[in-house]
Design a protein around this ligand. Sequence first.
Ligand code: NAD
Length: 363
Amino acid sequence: MDIFENMVQRGHEQVTFFSDPQSGLRGIVAIHNTTLGPALGGCRMWNYANEAEALTDVLRLSKGMTYKAAISGLNLGGGKAVIIGDAKTEKSETLFRSFGRFVEGLGGRYITAEDVGTSVKDMEWVRTETNHVTGISRALGGSGDPSVVTAYGVFVGMKAAVKAKLNRNSLDGLKIGVQGLGHVGMILVDYLAKDGAELFVTDIDQNSIDKAVKDYGATAVALDDIYSLDVDIFAPCALGAILNDDTIPQLKCSVIAGASNNQLAKSHEHGKALMSRGILVAPDYVINAGGLINVSNELEGYNRERAFNQAEGIYDTLMAIFKRSEEADIPTNIASDYLAEERIRKLGELKSIYTSSGKKNRI
Ligand code: NAD
């Protein structure tokens, strides 16, 4: 793989490879863009088939973080780390402390956090070697499990989409299909039930389905039936790439608003397909930004109330995206990308104004 060519194409600033044979650490940190602030993004531990796959993943994910932070109004850049290895069998204290020392060596340009394959405990090992880490337990002054704030952000974002598409202020009486009742999905279901929605749920885990049926009066549906349900809103909260050539023709909903990352299998093509079917999509990286908002709060001294207040901003952010989408006649995911890029450009230009203090931005 031509690494520099890939960096130029995607606009990356820095890619750093780490190797520590003693602990077995083989990792990559990709810093995409730091115009708005230090690059924050999780550390994924995954058994990649080869190095090229790991590099492609970290380049793709770190770029996504730049857009998520920018659209969410945070003064953070985009970055991500990957550790090559089996998260079930190859974790150790020395591995994560070794990773922590390499992160420390980046001098604060990159701030790490949990991601797929890493946990709060792993980040606490990282923290013994560097302060440039978030996603620490609440007991240690961190933000803890981000899912609560993520779910709240999805709930608020869903209300924005319903206002824009159906001109309604509440979800009362609306039919909503929820795919995935995990950390985010189950809390979301709680918010939706309290707002009076009629719920249809699916999951591969029967216990989760039983809980949603018993506690929230939800109707259980088969895994594949979730797409073709006659509902107002579809909330994907499990997997990526579920909006694709097979599923889009089945959809009867008017709004898509859920927590899953990378919902569109092909961003441009499927964004357009949904738009032409009159379905309003709340772009995934905007509506699920509560998790990033939550961990970013650790950098200023964690305050739960502040994190929830910031997550409420997802409503206005989505309204601005829907407006741009309508005015420019472009899919909402593309409108969102443009708005994120605009913020980076404008604030980058602002930094050309000299100030003598060298004061750092607040996050
Ligand atoms: P999770 O692993 O706790 O929950 C996922 C749920 O989906 C599980 O209950 C699982 O059984 C179910 N599932 C798996 N395959 C399924 C299938 N084929 N059909 C239906 N259900 C299926 O994950 P989570 O933390 O709740 O996150 C959900 C999604 O939101 C993920 O895509 C995640 O990347 C994204 N997200 C989460 C956060 C967060 O704060 N947790 C933040 C941003 C984005």
